[in-house]
Design a protein around this ligand. Structure first.
Ligand code: MN
Ligand code: MN
Length: 299
């Protein structure tokens, strides 16, 4: 159960995440640099007194999750694309997670519309005692009503302190899972949709330049150990960008970073793309489940 003080931190994280999401909807333009978008979002989070809970994700077209710009990223927002911007904010480890699809192609707009409506209906259905699979059924029904497919292997998730995924997923399709939503829990709910030609699934598709600590035991070698301690103190087990490592610890520590990766102290998230390379939309909000109501924190 969350104490009042913890709730206040979660609410503050949610307020910042919502403000930055609305800001970014007006900021994204076709042809702009992806890195300007990532850095802009992270700057707006810090300017409001929050910390990024993960690097700003910018996932274009068939990419469903886990892309952030590497240092000096030359990539641009392609004309006619659908762009997912996924924003995480934490205050003292209390996380709010929200995402929006920005669509520059009128033919793909239906994907955005379907995930926005599915998210709204899922939030309406959420209450203590409701099975997570029932939420998945609500999401699936709405996305299929539009003649589209939900992405079945991307899910919402419970949120804990410094924990982006508590191990309690909220599926985007109906299923037999009997886990129930409980009072006092925080969740991110995030429907994803793709076209009828899509597989309705994402698969690994290379690297997205996002990492996290894997082993809590520090390495023996001095330089690697000092970098490891630095990363652990700063990010705990939350995801971080390679971009940040270079900014904070400098190019002289990149060899130590490679050794952390090689020894599996740190691991990279794979980039996830729709298996049939069909475009994907995403909508996401963070909620807190209280006894008599479910509060959406990232509006
Ligand atoms: Mn997210
Ligand atoms: Mn999420």
């Amino acid at each position: 159960m969350l104490e009042e003080e913890e709730l206040a931190k979660l609410r503050k994280a949610g307020k910042i995440a919502g403000e930055v999401r609305r800001w970014v909807e007006g900021y994204v333009k076709e042809g702009m640099k992806v890195i300007d978008l990532c850095e802009g979002v992270e700057r707006e989070i810090r300017r409001r007194g929050g910390s990024p809970a993960f690097p700003c994700n910018v996932d274009i077209n068939e990419v469903g999750a886990h892309y952030t710009s590497p240092p000096s990223d030359p990539s641009l927002i392609p004309p006619g694309s659908i762009v997912k911007v996924d924003i995480g904010v934490h205050i003292d480890g209390y996380i709010a997670d929200t995402a929006v699809s920005i669509c520059f192609n009128p033919e793909l707009y239906v994907l955005k519309q379907a995930t926005d409506e599915a998210l709204e209906a899922a939030l309406e259905a959420l209450a203590p005692g409701v099975k997570v699979s029932a939420i998945g059924a609500v999401i699936q029904k709405i996305i299929e009503k539009y003649g589209l497919k939900p992405v079945k292997n991307l899910t919402g998730h419970g949120l804990g302190r410094y924990k982006l995924h508590t191990g309690k997923p909220i599926p985007n399709v109906a299923g037999l899972d009997s886990l129930k939503i409980e009072e006092g829990e925080a969740y991110a709910v995030e429907p994803f949709s793709t076209t009828q030609q899509g597989a309705g699934e994402v698969g690994e598709a290379g690297f997205g330049h996002i990492f996290r600590i894997l082993k809590m035991k520090p390495p023996k070698e001095e330089k690697a150990r000092s970098l490891f301690e630095g990363i652990k103190n700063r990010f705990h087990t939350l995801p971080f960008a390679f971009r940040w490592v270079e900014e904070i610890w400098g190019k002289e520590n990149l060899a130590a970073f490679s050794s952390l990766l090689k020894e599996r102290h740190v691991t990279e998230y794979p980039l996830l793309a729709e298996k049939n390379r069909q475009p994907v939309a995403q909508s996401e909000h963070t909620v807190i489940v209280l006894k008599d109501e479910v509060q959406v924190l990232t509006l």
